[in-house]
Design a protein. Structure first.
Length: 163
């Protein structure tokens, strides 16, 4: 099975999670940060995993545009979806806002990968917003490796997983 992981990462947390996922996927695989790398030829892959992080309630435009442009082809693939975001209780709502309903219904598995705030990689506005949300000055990391492992296992199996 050829697997492609496509993600968008601005400050590195989604990149960290996507690379952890990449290391858990067996067989032939590729990983692409769509913000900085060429768009892949989906014809070469049977499985596609898409993910990004949430900023101000939205997933990155690069993921939105890629999905919109390639939706029909994506619907012929085995699909997994993931998000990195700060509030797990909002995950399902954010997932529904980030991906078309057709793609959500078609996906084999969807997972919440947690979050990481690295203030050294943020601009001043992002730092101010995070400071308000987490009420502190320290960096926070809550990447959920169990959820990453679960997506890897789900996508490599043939069972539809209810999330």
């Amino acid at each position: 099975m050829n697997t492609l992981i496509i993600y968008a990462s601005k400050n590195g947390s989604t990149e960290k999670a996507a690379k952890l996922l990449y290391n858990k996927i067996e067989g032939e695989k590729s990983i692409i940060n769509i913000r900085v790398e060429e768009h892949p030829n989906l014809e070469n892959y049977g499985t596609v995993i898409l993910g990004g992080s949430i900023y101000a309630g939205n997933i990155q435009k690069e993921i939105q545009n890629f999905v919109e442009k390639n939706l029909d082809l994506l619907l012929t693939k085995k699909i997994g979806l993931f998000l990195c975001c700060g509030m797990e209780e909002n995950y399902k709502k954010q997932l529904e806002q980030s991906f078309p309903k057709k793609l959500l219904n078609h996906s084999i598995t969807n997972q919440y990968f947690g979050f990481e705030y690295n203030k050294n990689k943020m601009n001043l506005i992002e730092k101010a917003l995070i400071k308000l949300v987490v009420k502190g000055k320290t960096n926070l990391s809550n990447i959920l490796e169990d959820n990453i492992e679960r997506l890897a296992l789900d996508i490599q199996g043939d069972i539809k997983v209810d999330q």
